[in-house]
Design a protein around this ligand. Structure first.
Ligand code: NAD
Length: 245
């Protein structure tokens, strides 16, 4: 029970990494507020997960901080862990990338992290063991064709999180980010094609794709007391995908 009596907000929790993390955190004693967009099957995704309550909200909406952060503190009395995980992968090659896809990517993948972190800081300070965990990507450091907006947003998450670590350390709050590799989730339906799945699996020395639980376990570690002296760190959870140049 490594998160006994902690209250955690996890965004993007109807699917993939967020869903697995909400279930894992709750199984370790946390009360989890699982956040996702309406119409994504959020309640259904957690109907068997004791300790998880659900909140339908858009992390990029103007009232997101109020509804998600202040709403959680009002309902649960405290906030100890903010896990910014919601993300989108939109766009295409720079030459044909629309303003709308660029803006939406930045709003969800980067701006929402900032807005929710800023609102959470006073509560995390009060917690005494505050934790921020932001989800970046290996595409924060590398990139691929068509991922200009996505890569830029994820590099932004890395920079934001390092700064949060610097500014919040004196308040006993740690801030770290995870760089997932190729993980089988709702975002990577292209892995349904065995040929594509094999290409990505082979990029890892471990010769497999990642599962949402691989990332959830890393997030659990960063959220736990065991990681209390780790801050400003970017943790690759990618099966070694980034080793080769
Ligand atoms: N799957 C991978 O290979 C991979 C690799 C690197 C990083 N990531 C990152 O992991 C995170 C989780 O993605 P996933 O792979 O589990 O994909 P996923 O599509 O299964 O889950 C993402 C969830 O975020 C939600 N979401 C999107 N926009 C939202 C918004 N505005 N407000 C609230 N919720 C919103 C979606 O509805 C979805 O349920 C993302 O930040 C993604 O960029 C994934």
């Amino acid at each position: 029970m490594r998160l006994q009596n902690r209250v955690a907000v996890i965004t993007g929790a109807a699917s993939g990494i967020g869903r697995a993390s909400a279930a894992l955190f709750a199984s370790e004693g946390a009360h989890v507020v699982a956040v996702d967009l309406p119409g994504k099957g959020l309640a259904e995704a957690h109907k068997d997960h004791q300790g998880v309550s659900t909140l339908e909200a858009d992390v990029s909406a103007a009232d997101a901080a109020d509804r998600i952060i202040e709403g959680t503190v009002k309902a649960q009395g405290r906030l100890d862990i903010l896990f910014n995980n919601a993300g989108v992968a939109l766009g295409g090659p720079v030459e044909s990338l629309s303003d709308a896809d660029w803006d939406r990517t930045m709003q969800v993948n980067l701006r929402a992290h900032f807005i929710l972190c800023r609102a959470a800081i006073p509560h995390l300070r009060h917690s005494g063991q505050g934790r921020i965990i932001n989800v970046a990507s290996v595409m924060a450091e590398g990139t691929d064709y068509g991922l200009a907006a996505y890569s830029a947003s994820k590099a932004g998450v890395a920079g934001l999180t390092r700064n949060l670590a610097l500014e919040l350390g004196k308040s006993g709050i740690t801030a770290n980010y995870i760089l997932p590799g190729a993980i089988v989730t709702g975002m990577t339906t292209n892995f349904d094609d065995p040929a594509i799945a094999e290409i990505w699996a082979k990029k890892s020395p471990l010769r497999r794709l990642g599962e949402p639980l691989d990332i959830a376990r890393a997030a659990l570690f960063l959220a736990s007391d065991e990681a209390s002296f780790i801050t400003g760190h970017g943790l690759n959870v990618d099966g070694g995908l980034m080793l080769r140049v």
